[in-house]
Design a binder for this molecule. Structure first.
Ligand SMILES: Nc1ncnc2c1ncn2[C@@H]1O[C@H](COP(=O)(O)OP(=O)(O)OP(=O)(O)O)[C@@H](O)[C@H]1O
Length: 307
C-alpha cells in the first residue's frame, strides 16, 4: 500500500492540482494508494507518525506531495521508522530542497518512477535542538537561519504580496519586499557561533545560516558551496554590515556572489552551537520561531528519498 500525503494549500494550490492529475492516471488507479490531505500546520507530521505506527508492515512508500514544509513534517513524523521509504513530489512555492537535490519538476512522471522504478537520493539530514533540555532532536533538510533572514522570512510569511508574487511565479520577490520592510529597524544582535568546538564568532552579526545545500527563500543561493552529498554543513556568517550593503548582499545572493563581500564568512563543520543573550528570530526550513540557543548536528543515519 502507498500512502500519499497531500498538502492542498502548498504552492498556493498547485500541490492539489498536481495530485489531481496523478489521481486520474492509471498508475494511481492500478495501485493501492491511500490519500490523506493535511488540514493544518503540523498535521502531516501527525499523519505520518500515525500511519507508520498502524501500518508499518503494509506501507510500501509514504509519498509527499507538497512544499518543503510538508516534507519537513513527514520526515519528522517518520523519525522512529527510518525503514519506511519516503518519496517527495515537490509542489510548494519555494521548492528549495528540489532545487538543491536536483529533483525534476515533473509530478506525474515522478509518481510513475516512484511506483515502478524509484530514483533514489541519499543524504544526511540535519538535526536541531532549540532548548538545552534533553528533548528529542528534530530533523531539517534545507537550512536553519538565525537573525535577519529569519526576521525577513517571518515578515514574508504573513504578507499578502507573497501570494501575489507566487501567482505570477516570482515568489522570491516577496522576500525582497519583506526585506525592505524589516531593514530600516533591524539591528545586528550579539551572536556566538561554535563550529566543531571552536568559537568562530562572538560579536554582533546580521545573520547566521547553517545549510545542507545552497538554496533557500525560493532560489536564493545563500551557501554556494553547500551540498547534500557533503557530510559537513556550510555555515555562512554575515557580520555587522552597513544597511546599504545589505541591499547589495540581497542582490548578489541570488547568484551566490555575496560570499565575496568582506563581511561574509563561510565555515564548514558538522556540530554547531549558536547562542545569543536575547531571543532572536530563527527559521528552520522556512518555518519561523525565536530562540536563545540552537544546537545543530548531522543525523546519525542517512535517509533515502525516492523521486
Ligand atoms: N490545510 C492546511 N491549511 C493551512 N496550512 C496548512 C495546511 N496543510 C499544511 N499546512 C501548512 O502549510 C505550510 C506550508 O506548507 P508547504 O511548505 O508544504 O508549502 P509552501 O510554503 O507552498 O512550499 P515551500 O515551503 O516549498 O515554499 C506548512 O507549515 C504546513 O504545515
Amino acid at each position: 500500500m502507498y500512502i500519499v500525503i497531500v498538502n492542498p494549500i502548498a504552492g498556493y494550490g498547485s500541490a492539489l492540482k498536481r495530485f489531481q492529475k496523478i489521481q486520474r492516471d492509471v498508475s494511481f488507479k492500478n495501485n493501492q494508494c491511500r490519500t490523506f490531505f493535511t488540514e493544518y500546520k503540523g498535521h502531516a507530521e501527525e499523519i505520518a507518525a500515525q500511519i507508520a505506527e498502524i501500518y508499518k508492515e503494509q506501507v510500501k512508500t509514504v509519498i509527499v506531495i507538497g512544499g518543503d514544509g510538508t516534507f519537513h513534517e513527514v520526515m519528522n513524523g517518520l523519525n522512529a521508522y527510518p525503514q519506511i521509504p519516503m518519496a517527495f513530489i515537490p509542489a510548494g512555492s519555494g521548492n528549495d530542497f528540489a532545487r538543491g537535490a536536483g529533483i525534476p519538476n515533473d509530478p506525474l512522471n515522478s509518481f510513475k518512477h516512484i511506483i515502478r522504478a524509484p530514483r533514489k537520493l541519499t543524504f544526511l539530514p540535519g538535526t536541531y535542538q532549540l532548548k538545552l533540555s534533553p528533548r528529542k532532536r528534530k530533523f531539517f533538510m534545507n537550512s536553519i537561519g538565525i537573525g535577519f533572514d529569519a526576521a525577513v522570512a517571518n515578515k514574508a510569511e504573513g504578507s499578502l504580496l507573497k501570494r501575489f508574487f507566487n501567482r505570477i511565479r516570482i515568489g522570491s520577490l516577496s522576500y525582497v519586499t519583506a526585506l525592505l520592510a524589516v531593514l530600516p529597524k533591524y539591528e545586528a544582535l550579539p551572536i556566538m557561533v561554535k563550529v566543531d568546538g571552536n568559537v568562530v564568532h562572538d560579536t554582533r552579526a546580521l545573520m547566521v545560516t547553517v545549510a545542507n545545500h545552497p538554496y533557500y527563500g525560493g532560489g536564493m543561493k545563500i551557501a554556494p558551496q553547500a551540498s547534500l552529498k557533503d557530510e559537513l554543513y556550510s555555515i555562512i556568517i554575515i557580520e555587522r554590515i552597513a544597511k546599504w550593503k545589505i541591499l547589495l548582499l540581497f542582490i548578489t545572493v541570488f547568484f551566490g556572489k555575496h560570499t565575496s563581500l568582506r563581511e561574509v564568512k563561510e565555515y564548514k563543520g558538522k556540530s554547531i552551537i549558536i547562542e545569543s543573550v536575547a531571543k532572536i528570530p530563527v527559521q528552520i526550513d522556512g518555518e519561523t520561531t525565536t530562540t536563545r540557543r540552537c544546537r545543530i548536528e548531522k543525523a546519525a543515519q542517512r535517509r533515502t528519498i525516492y523521486y
